[in-house]
Design a protein around this ligand. Structure first.
Ligand SMILES: [Zn+2]
Ligand SMILES: [Zn+2]
Length: 482
């Protein structure tokens, strides 16, 4: 078996482990991995060499990061990006109720004051004031606040209004509907060239790690100005109370406890974040399972119920995952185990063990409930379909657009998908007739297509060669089998 110290050093330890493990089992021991349950019994947690951990908040570390921020700002006051990132890290590291939290916000306010961004400055002063900013330093802060208000009064009101919050995540032309065969989207009336038919924000997104202290973990907006930290972990920030609350409800309630484990699990090139997007979709199923276990099991299995969820146009967003359950069927249906299938299984199992079974904020809520294995099965099927579901073309984020992901591809597409500012916009390139399918160009995936691993199916000797063989689609530094 591949040595733990080798896995630890891989750029992408999870897929490296899954691939190597699969090859060893299939190649040398010829273990039949015909189904997920069999794979589950063969796979052991000890193969994943990272102990469970959570980086605890620490006021002394927060103070250290704040000082580093001060030094960075002093060094280069004209480019406050680095200082702001360090202040944001400090804010995440500070314990709720500590003066360090207030000090972090206050330092951020000073940066904005000097950049003449007075509104942002005032917002940070307000945050500092309600987060234990030390009384003895308050006069200085109040002075800055008064000066800020004065300067704002002098600014000409440019009539610019704040953009509205996140109301709804998509806008769809009312004539669009699911095609009769359940594959793709068509229109029930003719449409003209140039019409925008589908505008979506990501239903779920995952940021690249280097933007954790610059962008909102929920909506992805670049908003270094006023990011708020999670109250319990040190790894994520939000652009607003609303995003913090939404994220908590939809997935961070499960991820907070394991946020540092997830960073290791999804460490690697951008394609690895597709697995994290899948996990965030999977949490929606966990929520439904916890809410009404029997109802959930009935809805994901009974044929008549499955039928109800085939058409996402009729569903509430919280039920999209049931649509995915109804449409993401096992693709490796035949009995012969393929390497791609085994890798998908091991990834599903590894994610389930780390994110569910070892997750102390979730596992006690699941214990004693029948039918948990259905969750693992769903996770596995979502992973099999992730190449179709997940969009990784947006810069710095990986996301899921529920409706755009339904569009069929064609060599002569009649529409174009544009990605602008975290939005997917589908525009018609030519007029289309009533009943016609809307098609887009085939995506050139830079992604991890698990079937790609079939290329190495019989290569049991030197796994290092995988990287070269698969070009862009591969994960670098896949392990060598000892
Ligand atoms: Zn946000
Ligand atoms: Zn958290």
């Amino acid at each position: 078996m591949i040595r733990p110290e080798v896995i630890e050093k891989l750029d992408c330890p999870s897929v490296g482990l899954a691939t190597s493990w699969t090859i060893v089992q299939r190649g040398f021991r010829n273990v039949p991995l015909n189904n997920l349950e069999a794979a589950r019994t063969f796979f052991d947690r000890k193969y994943w060499p990272f102990p469970k951990r959570k980086i605890a908040q620490s006021n002394s570390k927060a103070a250290g990061l704040r000082e580093q921020g001060n030094a960075a700002y002093k060094k280069d006051p004209n480019d406050p990006g680095k200082a702001l990132e360090l202040y944001n890290q400090s804010i995440c590291m500070a314990q709720d109720g500590s003066k360090d939290l207030g000090l972090g916000y206050a330092n951020r306010s000073a940066v904005y004051f000097n950049c003449k961004q007075y509104r942002e400055c005032l917002q940070n002063i307000a945050l500092a004031r309600c987060h234990n900013y030390p009384a003895e330093m308050m006069p200085k802060l109040l002075q800055r606040e008064a000066r800020c208000k004065q300067l704002l009064m002098m600014e000409v009101d440019d009539g610019e209004s704040e953009t509205a919050g996140t109301t709804g995540h998509c806008a769809i032309k009312s004539c669009l509907e699911l095609c009769q065969d359940g594959k793709g989207i068509c229109t029930n009336r003719s449409l003209d060239v140039g019409e925008k038919v589908l505008v979506e924000k990501p239903f779920v997104l995952v940021l690249e790690a280097e933007f954790a202290y610059e962008r909102c973990d929920y909506c992805g907006e670049s908003n270094a100005h006023n990011l708020l930290p999670c109250r319990d972990c040190t790894a994520v920030m939000y652009c607003s109370e609303e995003c913090r609350e939404q994220s908590l409800q939809r997935y961070h309630q499960f991820e907070c406890e394991i946020v540092d484990d997830l960073q290791l699990l999804f460490r690697g090139p951008k394609a690895t974040r597709m697995f994290h997007v899948i996990l965030r979709l999977f949490w929606h199923a966990v929520l439904l399972f916890l809410e009404d276990t029997e109802g959930f099991l009935r809805r994901i299995e009974t044929p008549a119920e499955l039928e109800k969820y085939r058409d996402p146009f009729t569903l509430e967003p919280s039920d999209y995952v049931l649509h995915l359950n109804a449409t993401c069927v096992e693709t490796y249906a035949d009995a012969a185990p393929e390497t791609g299938k085994c890798v998908a299984q091991i990834m599903a199992i590894l994610m389930y063990v780390i994110a569910v079974e070892e997750n102390t904020s979730l596992w006690p809520r699941l214990e004693g409930k029948q039918g948990k294995t259905k969750l693992l099965d769903l996770l596995y099927r979502l992973i099999q379909h992730m190449g179709r579901l997940v969009n990784e073309d947006v810069e710095h984020v990986t996301c899921f657009f529920p409706f755009a992901s339904l569009l069929q591809c064609s060599d002569s597409p009649n529409a174009e998908q544009l990605l602008q500012n975290l939005q997917s916009v589908v525009v018609l390139k030519c007029p289309i007739a009533e009943g016609e399918k809307i098609t887009i160009v085939k995506k050139i995936h830079n992604t991890v297509n698990l079937t790609g691993y079939q290329i190495i199916q019989h290569n049991t000797v030197d796994v290092d060669e995988i990287g070269n063989g698969l070009g862009d689609r591969s994960f670098p530094n896949t392990a060598r089998i000892p």
